[in-house]
Ligand binder design. Structure first.
Ligand code: DX5
Ligand code: ZN
Length: 219
């Protein structure tokens, strides 16, 4: 599977959100990554439905919604209505993860599970065949612009091994501290979706940086 680039609009200029989304529409970006934070599951609050609806209104690409919220079941339908293509929940936030994943799929969205840096990949063994996507957090969730945690390479390889055995079409997404310098080794380890926030939006030429990320991660 060819790897995808999913710029995170958490790092966009919210004063010029329409402009930044239109830049992504015209770029080589494959998905738009949308980080939703509730101030409870993570120590930060990002944005909710009114902003997501604006993103949906202007975006021409799939919305990859990363829910960093407690008890996400309460809001799955609302995120689907607001325009999510993929919905990823955190394993640490779900008591009945299997039920949550089925609920996402019943809404017609693709379903993902995210793991915090301390959460072992082995906890996915009994859910892996039900998933469209696994997201490995390579920073502690809550903020953009943090330093990549090196242990994440091992976890990508472990997810890749599970994927090879049980679910070859799985999206293996890496999120946090991704840039032009580590993109190649991340794809080599098995990642096939790269999220990038600051690497894209803090660059002087974001759309060129998206191309660079694609080229850098071309094996
Ligand atoms: C962190 C978010 C990430 C973040 C990535 O909680 O899940 O998606 O926006 O930002 P960078 O690429 O700047 O680390
Ligand atoms: Zn994210």
């Amino acid at each position: 599977m060819k790897h995808l680039i999913a710029p995170s609009i958490l790092a966009a200029d919210f004063g010029n959100l329409q402009r930044d989304i239109e830049m992504l529409n015209c770029s080589q970006a494959d998905w738009i990554h949308v980080d939703v934070m509730d101030g409870v599951f993570v120590p930060n609050i990002s944005f909710g439905f009114p902003v997501l609806e604006v993103v949906r209104k202007y975006a021409t690409k799939p919305l990859d919604v990363h829910l960093m919220i407690t008890d996400p079941d309460r809001y799955l339908k609302a995120f689907q209505t607001a325009g999510a293509t993929l919905i990823t929940v955190h394993l640490e936030a779900c008591t009945h993860l299997h039920r949550t994943i089925q609920a996402i799929k019943e809404l017609g969205c693709q379903a993902g599970v995210a793991l915090n840096p301390h959460t072992p990949v082995s906890l996915l063994e009994d859910i892996i065949t039900d998933l469209d996507l696994v997201l490995i957090m390579s920073v502690n969730p809550g903020f953009g612009g943090q330093r990549f945690i090196d242990n994440s390479y091992k976890k990508i390889k472990q997810v890749k091994a599970l994927s090879d055995q049980y679910n070859p079409n799985l999206y293996i997404e890496i999120d946090g501290g991704v840039n032009q310098h580590n993109a190649n080794s991340l794809v080599a380890a098995g990642a096939n979706v790269l999220v990038a926030g600051n690497a894209v939006f803090a660059a002087s030429n974001p759309s060129q940086t998206i191309i660079d990320l694609k080229v850098a991660s071309d094996l």
